[in-house]
Design a protein around this ligand. Structure first.
Ligand code: ADP
Length: 465
């Protein structure tokens, strides 16, 4: 079963209100009942003491007789308070008995008490009981008093009214709390789910290819804000990828069209006998075909690297040896273009794939060569630095505008299409380089100032780390 966020939050609030209501009403009832029980028990005790202490005053010691009217006034007032009095003299003769005095009232009173208590608790288990006390004056016994009552305790009508009212107030407050909890839950759920629904709509839009949409509403909920930010970043990334993909098709078409057109027109000329198929022309055709081949090869290489098909042959190796070899290979080209290649290599051992690391240095040094004008320099430094293997490839070439810096590691990204085209680059060298560096758990950073030069810094874990 799937429930909406709104329903779940409302249900949680409602459940909390129910639990709180039950907790408060049960504890309130428990404490109040306890209080009442103690209070009524004490009241009965006090009444009994009062009766027992006032009864001897109705005995006339001179004549040895009781003032029956006096006993009656004590007995009737006790009866009004729920206690049934009987008094006997020392010979056992009944002087006054509440039951005899007004049997109807007494029985009605006892059954009313029982009804009250059973209404409170059907298993109350109380009942009428009597206790007999000796009445004395000084050391002389003057009679016996029996006090009967409904016990162990009972609630008066006033007590009952209070308890019932309390229950009504609690119930009212409970109903109000339930309604409030539902309303608050609904409101909160609405506030939470509205931005999430927005995100869902956007995500659906993105899944249908509408990458340009952005969520502009902000939220005070951290997670929702993170979610909207993530969706926006996702949209941006996909939009950028989409642009790059479109550009790739255009790039490939453009890169392939020129050599293919040249090839076709040259071959046509030869077939029509206008051109002679001499060695020089055939070599020209071969060069174009080779260029096509290397373009396709470069695309293939990118695909391999990016699809994670990277087969790494990890060995402990010295970066200085790789540096030596790459510098040796490129020296000629540098000399030809009139650019100085400065090299400082220290022994730096890491675990990695020799060919892939060679590729990294080749890419960076070739870029240095391409993007540095004649008379400039490119510096390669290899050393241990801050517990890492460190490589820096620095040049004093044309530099990269700051706004392009975050993008140069993207596939097919070229700062200036015309200048890259002259150099024949497709904008994938740095994408490959970054993937290879990361496959070695390394990082690559770039610093550049337009017109002053560019520096790429690479860090790799050392061999024993
Ligand atoms: P490309 O094949 O075009 O050289 P890369 O991925 O190697 O592709 O580089 C991407 C872009 O970054 C290049 O088109 C270029 O504009 C810029 N770039 C790379 N290296 C340098 C550098 N050393 N100096 C200036 N610009 C550079």
């Amino acid at each position: 079963m799937k429930y909406s966020l709104r329903t779940k939050i409302s249900a949680a609030f409602f459940a909390m209100a129910v639990v709180l209501f039950l907790f408060i009403s049960i504890t309130a009832n428990f404490f109040i009942q306890n209080m009442f029980t103690e209070y009524t028990k004490q009241r009965i005790e006090d009444e009994k003491k009062g009766i027992l202490s006032s009864l001897p005053g109705k005995y006339e010691s001179g004549s040895g007789t009781w003032d029956i009217k006096g006993i009656e006034s004590i007995g009737t007032s006790a009866m009004e308070r729920g206690l049934l009095l009987k008094v006997e003299d020392t010979s056992g003769k009944m002087l006054w008995d509440a039951m005899v005095y007004n049997n109807g009232y007494c029985s009605a009173m006892l059954s009313h008490m029982e009804m009250n208590m059973l209404a409170q608790n059907p298993n109350f288990g109380g009942g009428y009981s009597e206790k007999t006390f000796e009445l004395t004056r000084g050391s002389q016994t003057i009679g016996m008093a029996t006090i009967g009552f409904y016990g162990p305790y009972y609630y008066s009508d006033g007590d009952m009214e209070f308890i019932n009212m309390l229950n009504k107030v609690l119930l009212g407050a409970g109903v109000l709390a339930f309604l409030l909890s539902l309303a608050i839950g609904w409101f909160l759920g609405q506030r939470l789910s509205a931005p999430i629904e927005k995100v869902i709509q956007h995500a659906k839009g993105i899944s249908k290819g509408d990458f340009r949409r952005r969520i502009t509403e902000t939220s005070t909920t951290k997670e929702i804000l993170e979610l909207t930010d993530t969706i926006n970043v996702l949209g941006e990334t996909l939009e950028r990828q989409e642009i790059l993909r479109k550009r790739l098709s255009a790039d490939i078409a453009h890169e392939l069209r020129t050599p293919i057109t040249t090839l076709v027109s040259h071959l046509d000329l030869m077939l029509e006998g206008i051109w002679e198929a001499d060695e020089m022309r055939l070599r020209g055709i071969q060069e174009e075909a080779l260029r096509l081949g290397s373009l396709v090869g470069e695309l293939n290489r990118l695909e391999q690297v990016e699809e994670g098909n990277l087969l790494m042959e990890r060995k402990i190796l010295d970066l200085r040896e790789i540096g030596d070899q790459v510098v040796r290979n490129l020296e000629g080209e540098y000399r030809k273009k009139g650019i100085q290649l400065i090299y400082s290599g220290e022994k730096t051992r890491i675990e990695g794939d020799r060919d892939k690391l060679t590729q990294v240095l080749l890419n960076l040094l070739s870029n240095g060569l391409h993007y540095t004008p004649e008379g400039g320099w490119v510096k390669l430094t290899i050393q241990e630095n801050l517990g890492k293997a460190f490589i820096r490839v620095e040049d004093n070439g044309i530099g990269i505008p700051a706004e392009h810096l975050p993008l140069i590691f993207e596939r097919f990204y070229r700062v200036d299409e015309s200048r890259a085209r002259n150099s024949g680059g497709l904008g994938i060298g740095l994408a490959i380089t970054k993937t290879l560096v990361e496959a070695h758990q390394g990082v690559i950073l770039v610093n550049s100032v337009l017109g002053k030069g560019t520096a790429f810094d690479l860090y790799f874990p050392l061999e024993n780390n």
